[in-house]
Design a protein around this ligand. Structure first.
Ligand code: RM4
Ligand code: MN
Ligand code: MN
Length: 426
Protein backbone atom coordinates (compact mmCIF):
# COMPACT_ATOMS: atom_id res chain seq x y z
CA UNK A 1 0.00 0.00 0.00
CA UNK A 2 3.02 2.23 0.46
CA UNK A 3 5.11 2.46 -2.70
CA UNK A 4 8.77 1.44 -2.14
CA UNK A 5 9.97 4.81 -3.42
CA UNK A 6 7.90 6.51 -0.70
CA UNK A 7 9.97 4.63 1.87
CA UNK A 8 13.15 5.58 0.04
CA UNK A 9 12.38 9.26 -0.12
CA UNK A 10 11.23 9.26 3.51
CA UNK A 11 14.55 7.67 4.50
CA UNK A 12 16.52 10.12 2.39
CA UNK A 13 14.85 13.05 4.11
CA UNK A 14 15.54 11.54 7.54
CA UNK A 15 19.09 10.45 6.73
CA UNK A 16 21.20 13.42 7.93
CA UNK A 17 19.68 13.57 11.43
CA UNK A 18 19.49 9.78 11.68
CA UNK A 19 23.14 9.22 10.78
CA UNK A 20 24.40 11.87 13.20
CA UNK A 21 22.55 10.22 16.06
CA UNK A 22 23.48 6.72 14.94
CA UNK A 23 27.19 7.56 14.74
CA UNK A 24 27.14 8.99 18.24
CA UNK A 25 25.37 5.91 19.70
CA UNK A 26 27.63 3.49 17.85
CA UNK A 27 30.67 5.33 19.19
CA UNK A 28 29.38 5.09 22.76
CA UNK A 29 28.74 1.37 22.37
CA UNK A 30 32.11 0.67 20.77
CA UNK A 31 33.91 2.41 23.63
CA UNK A 32 32.01 0.09 25.99
CA UNK A 33 33.17 -2.96 24.04
CA UNK A 34 29.94 -3.74 22.16
CA UNK A 35 29.70 -4.50 18.47
CA UNK A 36 26.95 -2.17 17.13
CA UNK A 37 26.59 -4.04 13.82
CA UNK A 38 25.93 -7.26 15.69
CA UNK A 39 23.35 -5.59 17.92
CA UNK A 40 21.59 -4.08 14.91
CA UNK A 41 21.52 -7.55 13.28
CA UNK A 42 19.91 -8.98 16.44
CA UNK A 43 17.24 -6.26 16.46
CA UNK A 44 16.57 -6.95 12.79
CA UNK A 45 16.07 -10.66 13.44
CA UNK A 46 13.53 -10.07 16.23
CA UNK A 47 10.04 -10.47 14.77
CA UNK A 48 6.75 -9.91 16.57
CA UNK A 49 3.34 -11.34 15.69
CA UNK A 50 0.44 -8.91 15.31
CA UNK A 51 -2.96 -10.03 16.61
CA UNK A 52 -5.71 -10.01 14.01
CA UNK A 53 -8.12 -8.74 16.67
CA UNK A 54 -6.16 -5.55 17.34
CA UNK A 55 -6.50 -3.97 13.90
CA UNK A 56 -9.83 -2.33 14.57
CA UNK A 57 -10.92 -0.02 17.35
CA UNK A 58 -11.32 -1.76 20.65
CA UNK A 59 -13.71 -0.51 23.25
CA UNK A 60 -14.85 -0.98 26.78
CA UNK A 61 -18.16 -2.21 28.08
CA UNK A 62 -19.25 1.43 28.02
CA UNK A 63 -18.67 2.14 24.40
CA UNK A 64 -16.58 1.98 21.30
CA UNK A 65 -15.39 4.77 19.04
CA UNK A 66 -14.81 3.78 15.46
CA UNK A 67 -11.67 4.91 13.67
CA UNK A 68 -12.85 4.28 10.11
CA UNK A 69 -11.28 2.11 7.44
CA UNK A 70 -11.11 -0.89 9.75
CA UNK A 71 -10.45 -4.25 8.12
CA UNK A 72 -13.68 -6.21 7.89
CA UNK A 73 -12.34 -9.61 6.86
CA UNK A 74 -9.24 -11.72 7.23
CA UNK A 75 -7.84 -10.60 3.88
CA UNK A 76 -7.99 -6.94 4.95
CA UNK A 77 -6.44 -7.77 8.32
CA UNK A 78 -3.56 -9.44 6.50
CA UNK A 79 -3.21 -6.31 4.36
CA UNK A 80 -2.96 -4.15 7.50
CA UNK A 81 -0.31 -6.38 9.03
CA UNK A 82 1.48 -6.36 5.67
CA UNK A 83 1.51 -2.58 5.88
CA UNK A 84 2.91 -2.59 9.41
CA UNK A 85 5.58 -5.04 8.32
CA UNK A 86 6.39 -2.98 5.26
CA UNK A 87 6.94 0.06 7.47
CA UNK A 88 9.00 -1.56 10.23
CA UNK A 89 10.12 -4.96 8.84
CA UNK A 90 9.71 -6.34 12.36
CA UNK A 91 6.22 -7.84 12.29
CA UNK A 92 6.28 -10.78 9.92
CA UNK A 93 3.36 -12.82 11.25
CA UNK A 94 -0.24 -12.62 12.35
CA UNK A 95 -2.13 -14.43 15.13
CA UNK A 96 -5.65 -15.56 14.38
CA UNK A 97 -8.65 -15.82 16.64
CA UNK A 98 -11.28 -18.40 15.76
CA UNK A 99 -14.16 -17.93 14.95
CA UNK A 100 -13.39 -14.26 14.21
CA UNK A 101 -10.92 -15.24 11.47
CA UNK A 102 -12.11 -18.47 9.91
CA UNK A 103 -10.09 -18.96 6.71
CA UNK A 104 -12.27 -19.43 3.65
CA UNK A 105 -10.26 -19.40 0.45
CA UNK A 106 -7.08 -21.04 1.75
CA UNK A 107 -4.95 -20.91 -1.46
CA UNK A 108 -5.81 -17.22 -1.93
CA UNK A 109 -4.96 -16.46 1.71
CA UNK A 110 -1.63 -18.23 1.38
CA UNK A 111 -0.84 -16.22 -1.69
CA UNK A 112 -1.75 -13.00 0.08
CA UNK A 113 0.42 -13.91 3.07
CA UNK A 114 3.30 -14.72 0.75
CA UNK A 115 2.82 -11.45 -1.12
CA UNK A 116 3.22 -9.52 2.15
CA UNK A 117 6.07 -11.69 3.45
CA UNK A 118 3.92 -12.92 6.34
CA UNK A 119 3.18 -16.22 8.06
CA UNK A 120 0.48 -17.29 10.49
CA UNK A 121 1.74 -17.35 14.03
CA UNK A 122 -0.62 -18.94 16.56
CA UNK A 123 -4.26 -19.82 16.34
CA UNK A 124 -6.29 -18.72 19.37
CA UNK A 125 -9.45 -20.50 20.45
CA UNK A 126 -12.48 -18.71 21.82
CA UNK A 127 -14.67 -20.37 24.41
CA UNK A 128 -15.31 -17.10 26.23
CA UNK A 129 -18.25 -16.12 24.02
CA UNK A 130 -21.26 -18.06 22.80
CA UNK A 131 -21.55 -18.15 19.03
CA UNK A 132 -24.86 -18.22 17.24
CA UNK A 133 -26.04 -21.76 16.47
CA UNK A 134 -23.92 -23.07 19.33
CA UNK A 135 -25.69 -25.95 21.13
CA UNK A 136 -24.31 -25.46 24.65
CA UNK A 137 -23.59 -22.20 26.45
CA UNK A 138 -20.26 -21.28 28.07
CA UNK A 139 -21.98 -19.15 30.67
CA UNK A 140 -20.72 -21.47 33.41
CA UNK A 141 -17.43 -22.41 31.81
CA UNK A 142 -16.04 -24.36 28.89
CA UNK A 143 -13.17 -26.80 29.48
CA UNK A 144 -13.95 -26.84 33.21
CA UNK A 145 -17.74 -27.13 32.87
CA UNK A 146 -19.59 -29.57 35.10
CA UNK A 147 -21.38 -31.11 32.09
CA UNK A 148 -19.37 -33.41 29.84
CA UNK A 149 -21.27 -32.29 26.73
CA UNK A 150 -20.22 -28.66 27.21
CA UNK A 151 -16.61 -29.68 27.78
CA UNK A 152 -16.72 -31.82 24.66
CA UNK A 153 -18.06 -28.92 22.60
CA UNK A 154 -15.16 -26.73 23.81
CA UNK A 155 -12.64 -29.52 23.14
CA UNK A 156 -14.03 -29.96 19.63
CA UNK A 157 -13.77 -26.20 19.02
CA UNK A 158 -10.09 -26.22 20.03
CA UNK A 159 -9.39 -29.18 17.75
CA UNK A 160 -11.18 -27.33 14.96
CA UNK A 161 -8.85 -24.37 15.57
CA UNK A 162 -5.89 -26.69 15.09
CA UNK A 163 -7.44 -27.86 11.80
CA UNK A 164 -7.75 -24.26 10.57
CA UNK A 165 -4.20 -23.61 11.71
CA UNK A 166 -2.87 -26.62 9.83
CA UNK A 167 -4.39 -25.29 6.61
CA UNK A 168 -2.34 -22.12 6.99
CA UNK A 169 0.86 -23.76 8.31
CA UNK A 170 0.55 -22.53 11.88
CA UNK A 171 2.02 -24.79 14.56
CA UNK A 172 0.73 -23.20 17.74
CA UNK A 173 -2.57 -23.26 19.56
CA UNK A 174 -3.08 -20.64 22.26
CA UNK A 175 -5.67 -21.41 24.91
CA UNK A 176 -6.96 -18.69 27.17
CA UNK A 177 -9.88 -19.66 29.38
CA UNK A 178 -12.41 -17.23 30.78
CA UNK A 179 -13.63 -20.10 32.98
CA UNK A 180 -14.00 -19.31 36.63
CA UNK A 181 -16.55 -18.35 39.23
CA UNK A 182 -18.07 -15.12 40.41
CA UNK A 183 -19.12 -16.13 43.91
CA UNK A 184 -17.83 -18.23 46.77
CA UNK A 185 -19.18 -21.75 46.68
CA UNK A 186 -19.91 -21.69 42.95
CA UNK A 187 -16.96 -23.95 42.05
CA UNK A 188 -15.52 -27.03 43.62
CA UNK A 189 -11.94 -25.87 43.00
CA UNK A 190 -10.23 -29.24 42.86
CA UNK A 191 -12.85 -30.84 40.67
CA UNK A 192 -12.92 -27.86 38.30
CA UNK A 193 -9.12 -28.04 38.00
CA UNK A 194 -9.26 -31.78 37.31
CA UNK A 195 -11.93 -31.44 34.60
CA UNK A 196 -9.85 -28.70 32.93
CA UNK A 197 -6.72 -30.87 33.04
CA UNK A 198 -8.59 -33.70 31.30
CA UNK A 199 -10.05 -31.39 28.65
CA UNK A 200 -6.65 -29.81 27.90
CA UNK A 201 -5.10 -33.26 27.65
CA UNK A 202 -7.76 -34.34 25.14
CA UNK A 203 -6.97 -31.30 22.96
CA UNK A 204 -3.23 -31.81 23.29
CA UNK A 205 -3.51 -35.43 22.22
CA UNK A 206 -5.40 -34.41 19.10
CA UNK A 207 -2.65 -31.96 18.06
CA UNK A 208 0.09 -33.00 15.62
CA UNK A 209 3.36 -33.83 17.38
CA UNK A 210 5.15 -30.77 16.10
CA UNK A 211 2.51 -28.40 17.48
CA UNK A 212 2.80 -26.39 20.68
CA UNK A 213 -0.02 -25.60 23.06
CA UNK A 214 0.36 -22.28 24.87
CA UNK A 215 -1.61 -21.96 28.09
CA UNK A 216 -2.34 -18.42 29.25
CA UNK A 217 -3.23 -17.39 32.80
CA UNK A 218 -5.14 -14.40 34.11
CA UNK A 219 -5.99 -13.49 37.71
CA UNK A 220 -9.44 -11.99 37.16
CA UNK A 221 -11.92 -10.94 34.47
CA UNK A 222 -14.40 -11.92 33.22
CA UNK A 223 -14.78 -13.92 36.42
CA UNK A 224 -14.05 -11.98 39.56
CA UNK A 225 -14.03 -14.45 42.43
CA UNK A 226 -11.88 -17.18 40.89
CA UNK A 227 -10.34 -17.96 37.53
CA UNK A 228 -9.60 -21.52 36.57
CA UNK A 229 -6.04 -20.55 35.55
CA UNK A 230 -5.31 -17.46 37.65
CA UNK A 231 -1.52 -17.64 37.76
CA UNK A 232 1.64 -19.01 36.19
CA UNK A 233 1.85 -21.80 38.77
CA UNK A 234 -1.47 -23.24 37.61
CA UNK A 235 -0.49 -22.91 33.93
CA UNK A 236 2.82 -24.56 34.71
CA UNK A 237 1.22 -27.44 36.54
CA UNK A 238 -1.15 -28.10 33.62
CA UNK A 239 1.82 -28.05 31.24
CA UNK A 240 3.75 -30.47 33.41
CA UNK A 241 0.91 -32.98 33.40
CA UNK A 242 -0.06 -32.53 29.74
CA UNK A 243 3.22 -33.00 27.86
CA UNK A 244 6.47 -31.48 26.69
CA UNK A 245 4.91 -29.31 23.99
CA UNK A 246 2.59 -27.58 26.43
CA UNK A 247 4.07 -24.23 27.45
CA UNK A 248 3.12 -21.28 29.60
CA UNK A 249 2.17 -18.02 27.91
CA UNK A 250 2.80 -14.80 29.82
CA UNK A 251 0.46 -11.91 28.99
CA UNK A 252 1.91 -8.79 30.59
CA UNK A 253 -1.51 -7.47 31.57
CA UNK A 254 -2.52 -10.65 33.36
CA UNK A 255 -0.98 -9.94 36.75
CA UNK A 256 -2.11 -8.20 39.87
CA UNK A 257 -0.53 -4.74 40.31
CA UNK A 258 3.15 -4.81 41.32
CA UNK A 259 3.69 -8.48 40.51
CA UNK A 260 7.35 -9.17 39.77
CA UNK A 261 6.83 -10.39 36.20
CA UNK A 262 10.55 -10.52 35.43
CA UNK A 263 11.01 -13.10 38.15
CA UNK A 264 8.14 -15.20 36.76
CA UNK A 265 9.77 -15.06 33.32
CA UNK A 266 13.09 -16.16 34.75
CA UNK A 267 11.53 -19.05 36.71
CA UNK A 268 9.63 -20.31 33.68
CA UNK A 269 12.75 -20.24 31.54
CA UNK A 270 14.66 -22.08 34.24
CA UNK A 271 11.99 -24.78 34.10
CA UNK A 272 12.02 -24.79 30.27
CA UNK A 273 8.33 -23.91 30.12
CA UNK A 274 8.13 -20.36 28.80
CA UNK A 275 6.53 -20.73 25.39
CA UNK A 276 4.92 -17.44 24.52
CA UNK A 277 4.43 -13.80 25.28
CA UNK A 278 1.54 -11.39 24.89
CA UNK A 279 2.96 -7.88 25.02
CA UNK A 280 0.90 -4.91 26.10
CA UNK A 281 1.01 -2.08 28.60
CA UNK A 282 -0.81 -2.15 31.90
CA UNK A 283 -1.55 0.32 34.65
CA UNK A 284 -4.00 -1.75 36.69
CA UNK A 285 -4.94 -5.02 34.98
CA UNK A 286 -5.70 -6.30 31.50
CA UNK A 287 -5.62 -2.75 30.16
CA UNK A 288 -4.17 -3.83 26.79
CA UNK A 289 -2.39 -0.50 26.31
CA UNK A 290 0.61 0.23 24.12
CA UNK A 291 3.61 -1.92 25.08
CA UNK A 292 6.14 0.09 27.05
CA UNK A 293 3.85 3.07 27.51
CA UNK A 294 3.27 2.73 31.25
CA UNK A 295 6.21 0.85 32.78
CA UNK A 296 9.16 0.92 30.41
CA UNK A 297 11.65 0.00 33.16
CA UNK A 298 9.68 -3.13 33.98
CA UNK A 299 9.59 -4.07 30.30
CA UNK A 300 13.36 -3.67 30.18
CA UNK A 301 13.82 -5.83 33.29
CA UNK A 302 11.64 -8.53 31.70
CA UNK A 303 13.78 -8.42 28.56
CA UNK A 304 16.89 -8.53 30.67
CA UNK A 305 15.71 -11.88 32.04
CA UNK A 306 14.69 -13.09 28.60
CA UNK A 307 18.03 -12.21 27.03
CA UNK A 308 19.87 -13.71 29.99
CA UNK A 309 17.92 -16.98 29.68
CA UNK A 310 18.22 -17.10 25.89
CA UNK A 311 21.98 -16.58 25.97
CA UNK A 312 22.69 -19.14 28.69
CA UNK A 313 23.47 -22.61 27.26
CA UNK A 314 22.38 -24.14 30.58
CA UNK A 315 18.83 -22.94 30.01
CA UNK A 316 16.80 -25.47 28.05
CA UNK A 317 13.82 -23.36 27.10
CA UNK A 318 12.16 -23.70 23.67
CA UNK A 319 11.92 -20.78 21.26
CA UNK A 320 9.47 -18.21 22.55
CA UNK A 321 6.56 -16.97 20.42
CA UNK A 322 6.49 -13.16 20.58
CA UNK A 323 3.06 -11.65 20.15
CA UNK A 324 1.29 -8.41 20.87
CA UNK A 325 -2.11 -8.64 22.54
CA UNK A 326 -3.58 -5.18 22.75
CA UNK A 327 -6.70 -3.16 22.20
CA UNK A 328 -6.88 0.40 20.98
CA UNK A 329 -9.64 2.63 22.22
CA UNK A 330 -8.31 6.07 21.40
CA UNK A 331 -5.35 5.62 19.06
CA UNK A 332 -5.23 4.59 15.44
CA UNK A 333 -4.63 0.81 15.78
CA UNK A 334 -1.86 0.80 13.19
CA UNK A 335 -0.01 3.67 14.87
CA UNK A 336 -0.47 1.98 18.23
CA UNK A 337 0.94 -1.31 16.92
CA UNK A 338 3.89 0.53 15.36
CA UNK A 339 4.55 2.15 18.74
CA UNK A 340 4.26 -1.21 20.51
CA UNK A 341 6.70 -2.95 18.18
CA UNK A 342 9.08 -0.06 18.69
CA UNK A 343 8.66 -0.28 22.47
CA UNK A 344 9.39 -4.02 22.40
CA UNK A 345 12.45 -3.65 20.19
CA UNK A 346 13.77 -0.80 22.34
CA UNK A 347 13.46 -2.86 25.53
CA UNK A 348 15.11 -5.82 23.80
CA UNK A 349 17.97 -3.63 22.55
CA UNK A 350 18.57 -2.17 25.99
CA UNK A 351 18.69 -5.68 27.42
CA UNK A 352 21.34 -6.56 24.83
CA UNK A 353 23.42 -3.70 26.25
CA UNK A 354 23.66 -5.09 29.78
CA UNK A 355 27.24 -5.88 30.70
CA UNK A 356 26.48 -9.41 31.89
CA UNK A 357 30.02 -10.26 32.95
CA UNK A 358 30.25 -7.20 35.18
CA UNK A 359 26.73 -7.82 36.50
CA UNK A 360 27.51 -11.37 37.42
CA UNK A 361 30.65 -10.21 39.27
CA UNK A 362 28.67 -7.53 41.13
CA UNK A 363 26.12 -10.17 42.11
CA UNK A 364 28.85 -12.51 43.37
CA UNK A 365 30.33 -9.63 45.37
CA UNK A 366 26.92 -8.64 46.74
CA UNK A 367 27.60 -5.18 45.38
CA UNK A 368 23.99 -4.06 45.26
CA UNK A 369 24.62 -0.55 43.97
CA UNK A 370 26.98 -1.68 41.21
CA UNK A 371 24.54 -4.37 40.02
CA UNK A 372 21.69 -1.91 39.87
CA UNK A 373 23.83 0.75 38.16
CA UNK A 374 24.80 -1.72 35.43
CA UNK A 375 21.12 -2.28 34.66
CA UNK A 376 20.33 1.43 34.80
CA UNK A 377 23.19 2.25 32.47
CA UNK A 378 21.78 -0.10 29.82
CA UNK A 379 18.22 1.10 30.41
CA UNK A 380 19.14 4.76 30.07
CA UNK A 381 20.94 4.34 26.75
CA UNK A 382 19.13 6.02 23.87
CA UNK A 383 18.66 3.04 21.56
CA UNK A 384 16.29 4.73 19.10
CA UNK A 385 18.92 5.19 16.36
CA UNK A 386 19.81 1.47 16.57
CA UNK A 387 16.20 0.36 16.21
CA UNK A 388 15.65 2.80 13.33
CA UNK A 389 18.81 1.59 11.61
CA UNK A 390 17.70 -2.05 11.90
CA UNK A 391 14.42 -1.12 10.22
CA UNK A 392 16.13 0.93 7.53
CA UNK A 393 18.60 -1.83 6.69
CA UNK A 394 15.74 -4.31 6.39
CA UNK A 395 13.98 -2.05 3.89
CA UNK A 396 11.62 -0.33 6.32
CA UNK A 397 11.21 3.29 7.30
CA UNK A 398 13.45 5.20 9.69
CA UNK A 399 10.33 6.66 11.32
CA UNK A 400 7.38 4.37 10.49
CA UNK A 401 4.73 6.49 12.22
CA UNK A 402 5.86 9.67 10.49
CA UNK A 403 5.65 7.94 7.13
CA UNK A 404 2.26 6.38 7.96
CA UNK A 405 1.02 9.90 8.65
CA UNK A 406 2.63 11.74 5.75
CA UNK A 407 1.44 9.07 3.30
CA UNK A 408 -2.08 9.55 4.72
CA UNK A 409 -2.62 5.83 4.95
CA UNK A 410 -5.66 5.99 7.23
CA UNK A 411 -7.44 8.40 4.89
CA UNK A 412 -6.75 5.96 2.04
CA UNK A 413 -8.17 3.06 4.07
CA UNK A 414 -11.30 5.05 4.93
CA UNK A 415 -11.78 5.87 1.29
CA UNK A 416 -11.41 2.21 0.33
CA UNK A 417 -13.26 0.49 3.16
CA UNK A 418 -15.62 3.17 4.35
CA UNK A 419 -16.01 5.19 7.51
CA UNK A 420 -18.06 2.60 9.35
CA UNK A 421 -16.37 -0.69 8.51
CA UNK A 422 -15.86 -2.72 11.69
CA UNK A 423 -13.31 -5.37 12.43
CA UNK A 424 -14.36 -8.64 14.07
CA UNK A 425 -13.00 -8.99 17.57
CA UNK A 426 -13.93 -7.77 20.98
C1 RM4 B 1 -7.89 -12.19 26.94
C2 RM4 B 1 -6.54 -12.84 26.70
C3 RM4 B 1 -6.43 -13.55 25.40
C4 RM4 B 1 -7.10 -12.82 24.27
C5 RM4 B 1 -8.48 -12.35 24.65
C6 RM4 B 1 -9.12 -11.59 23.51
O1 RM4 B 1 -7.83 -11.30 28.00
O2 RM4 B 1 -5.53 -11.88 26.82
O3 RM4 B 1 -5.09 -13.76 25.05
O4 RM4 B 1 -7.20 -13.75 23.24
O5 RM4 B 1 -8.37 -11.53 25.79
MN1 MN C 1 -3.55 -12.40 25.98
MN1 MN D 1 -5.82 -10.14 28.07
Amino acid sequence: MIAPDQILSHNQAQAPEHHTRLQYTEGVLERKGFNPAQIIAQIRAFQIAIPSWALGSGGTRFGRFSIGGEPSNLEEKIEDVGLIHQLNRSANSISLHIPWDIPKDVPALKQLLHHHGLTIDSVNSNTFQDQKDQVHSYKFGSLCHTEAAVRQQAITHNIQCVEYGKQLDSKTLTVWLADGSNFPGQHHFRQAYQRTAESLTAIYQAMPEDWTMLIEYKPYEPNFYSMIIPDWGTSYSFCQSIGKNAQVLVDLGHHLPNTNIEQIVSRLMHFGRLGGFHFNGSMYGDDDLTTGSIKPYQLFLIFHELVDGMSDPEVKNPNIAWMIDASHNTKDPIEDLLQSVNGILSAYTRALLVDRVALSQAQEDNDVVKAEEILRDAFLTDVRPLVAEAMRLAGGAIDPIALFRSAQVRAGLIEKRGKFSTATGL
